[in-house]
Ligand binder design. Structure first.
Ligand code: G3I
Length: 305
């Protein structure tokens, strides 16, 4: 096929993109997003600060703009994200203990219920593990409510929207030998053994020269999949340019295609100029909306085999 979404669909997978609602009025942006992708993530509009700016006062307008755009254009939606230490509204940042636990679970329940039936996969919990070699949980107000906060969030999400796939999502979990990867793996293994409802693991996949695509990436994806969860590449971007960048993108797509349970890839923005990264050219389209070598490599990888 001739687009990322259609080519991925032929391989039983989706190809998604993060959308910023404020950019949908840019016709170049919207045209590319609509043509190429069949899954959409809200870059910021479904996060905690956006959806519950005041406690128990929910605000779905910005999220709805993206969800409605996706559905009107025949695309599915990944929900991002229900529980996270970052981008919390001020009232939540100031909470702790059992009242924070209750507020977090209320948030998960209310947001997942509101979007019930419209979400392919939810990033239920985002970025809960520490960087570095400790393999520990990240310290946060949510973590300080008790180590079981993650499973509590997953159980609340399952109860609210039983049809949505429930994912744990994180970054720097790409290299199989890293302590953070191993720690997330052990959590998923534990959840599966105890019947905690988890269906998928999201690998953000933000790469740059200091954090290159590891040679054991396929091993990482396969080992998680072997636990009985789907794996998804959820926020892909790779700093660089030309054939070097293109080959790294190709390797990511090939690694996903080699794992039966790797069921989708999402890039974290449309054009280089839409990226959250202040510098660099990490995406598949240049600032003018033209396809880069990285795009051609991704499309070719999807269409071969
Ligand atoms: O909307 C306000 C605007 O009103 C204000 O004038 C402006 C001034 O700073 O800020 C705007 O909000 C910004 C928002 O993006 C929308 O543009 C925030 O400051 C800025 O922090 C926020 O950055 C987002 C970042 O998450 C925040 O953590 C990025 O767009 C978004 O791409 C990025 O996405 C994250 C994933 O959610 C999780 N994984 C990592 C990934 C990249 O950091």
């Amino acid at each position: 096929a001739s687009t990322l979404g259609a080519s991925a669909a032929e391989r039983g997978r989706y190809f998604g993109v993060a959308i910023a609602g404020s950019r949908l009025s840019d016709s170049t942006y919207a045209t590319i997003a609509n043509r190429e992708f069949n899954m959409v993530s809200a870059e910021n509009e479904m996060k905690l600060d956006a959806t519950e700016p005041n406690q128990n006062q929910f605000s779905f307008g910005a999220g709805d703009q993206i969800v409605n755009w996706a559905r009107n254009n025949g695309k599915q939606v990944r929900g991002h994200t229900l529980a996270w230490h970052s981008q919390q509204p001020g009232w939540m940042q100031r909470m702790e203990g059992s009242s924070l636990r209750s507020a977090m679970l209320n948030h998960v329940t209310r947001v997942a219920t509101y979007y019930k039936g419209k979400i392919h996969s939810w990033d239920v919990v985002n970025e809960a593990f520490a960087d570095g070699s400790s393999g520990a949980r990240r310290d946060s107000n949510l973590q300080r409510t008790g180590n079981d906060w993650i499973e509590a969030a997953f159980r609340a999400a399952r109860a609210a929207d039983p049809a949505a796939k429930l994912c744990y999502n994180d970054y720097n979990t790409d290299n199989w030998s890293h302590a953070k990867t191993q720690a997330v793996y052990r959590m998923v293994q534990d959840f599966k053994s105890r019947g905690v409802p988890i269906d998928c693991v999201g690998f953000q996949a933000h790469f740059n020269s200091g954090n290159p695509v590891p040679s054991n990436y396929h091993t990482t994806l396969q080992n998680f999949a072997s636990l009985g969860v789907d794996v998804q590449i959820t926020e892909l971007d790779i700093e660089g340019s030309g054939s070097s960048q293109a080959e790294q993108y190709r390797g990511i797509v090939q690694a996903c295609l080699a794992v039966t349970r790797c069921n989708g890839i999402t890039v974290w923005g449309v054009r280089d100029t839409d990226s959250w990264r202040a510098s660099g050219t990490p995406l598949l389209f240049n600032g003018s909306g033209q396809k880069k070598a990285a795009y051609d490599a991704v499309l070719a990888a999807l269409n071969s085999g």
